[in-house]
Ligand binder design. Structure first.
Ligand code: AVJ
Length: 311
């Protein structure tokens, strides 16, 4: 049985039904995420873009950190818009490095290998198509150079705080003393600002969540009546957890493969967490996962931080 089907059947069989947000990103989901990043309420992308646009020189100086030569590994590179500022600066200052973008999408990796060296003359790109940690291991196998690992976009926020620490420990375990990490965290801020970013007026975030039900229908032969589910985002300013749910509008049954799932009226499916942190909390994550915090790069509103850690 394929992994997607297996996980969906398992996750909908739990007392608290859930679906995994890593499955949001099919073709339609990629497009909706682009729309989210372009909508006025969704601030994280703009904040992090500002950091890379304004601070690329300082970022480059911090990351080369006396290494003669290294590999710059990016976990979840996407289209590498933000990293491009940094890549260009490193090439322009004659740093000897190879950019290794990891992405789950093979078309994205092929696209980066093709287009980046055309845009940034002299850039060496070696794409790694697959899961984050498999590909981080592979980067170690193919090259023994020092590593700088980037995890941008606040992607760590899709893990619960506990799993986020586990995730960082796994990065640490794959690295050597002295290696660096550049990791982006979306910070706690006015709760209205955060909630609005996950409840945009145009409804892209709603559609992004509902799209996973469509995907289950299309790829797994499910029969979700998608219009019978309602998007419910929620932010808890104490824990920093921003969670989205889909609420069943009525009592209904959904069939997937040979299984039937009963939904009660107002029962929710837990879809995604986008965890927000304080700067202090990021420093604590660094410490408990085996890193030293080197420095923080903030946007001017201090809504987002790209922080540099050293092993
Ligand atoms: C890609 C995980 C950073 O959690 O903010 C955007 C995904 N979900 N709107 C985030 C997302 C709803 C995004 N990350």
């Amino acid at each position: 049985m394929n992994q997607f089907l297996k996980e969906v059947l398992h996750d909908l069989s739990q007392p608290q039904k859930t679906l995994n947000s890593k499955y949001f990103y099919d073709g339609k989901g990629d497009k909706l995420f682009q729309e989210i990043m372009n909508c006025p309420e969704y601030y994280p992308t703009n904040c992090e873009k500002e950091i890379f646009r304004e601070r690329f020189k300082d970022l480059a100086i911090t990351l080369k950190n006396g290494f003669n030569t290294f590999d710059l590994v990016e976990m979840g590179a996407g289209d590498a818009t933000k990293s491009s500022y940094l890549l260009k600066e490193l090439v322009d200052t004659q740093v000897d490095f190879t950019y290794m973008p990891i992405d789950i999408s093979s078309t994205m990796v092929a696209h980066l290998e093709q287009t980046l060296p055309e845009k940034i003359k002299g850039l060496k790109v070696q794409g790694l198509n697959g899961e984050y940690f498999d590909m981080l291991e592979k980067a170690n196998r193919v090259s023994s150079r020092k590593k700088v690992v980037m995890l941008l976009g606040g992607n760590i926020g899709n893990e619960t705080p506990e799993n986020g620490i586990e995730f960082c420990r796994k990065i640490r375990a794959a690295l050597q003393e002295g290696d660096l990490v550049l990791i982006g965290f979306d910070l706690k801020k006015n709760p209205h600002t955060i909630l609005a970013a996950y409840n945009d007026a145009a409804g892209f975030t709603r559609d992004f969540n509902l799209n996973l039900l469509h995907r289950i229908n299309d790829e797994l032969g499910g029969d979700f009546k998608v219009s019978q589910f309602q998007h419910y985002p929620n932010y808890d300013p104490i824990t920093g957890a921003c969670k989205s749910y889909l609420v069943s509008k009525k009592n209904q049954k959904v069939n997937i493969a040979d299984q039937t799932f009963q939904f009660h009226e107002n029962e929710v499916i837990y879809m995604e967490i986008s965890q927000k942190y304080s700067v202090q909390e990021t420093e604590n994550i660094a410490k408990v996962s085996g890193f030293k915090t080197v420095t923080h790069f903030f946007d001017h509103k201090k809504w987002f931080v790209d922080t540099v850690w050293q092993c």
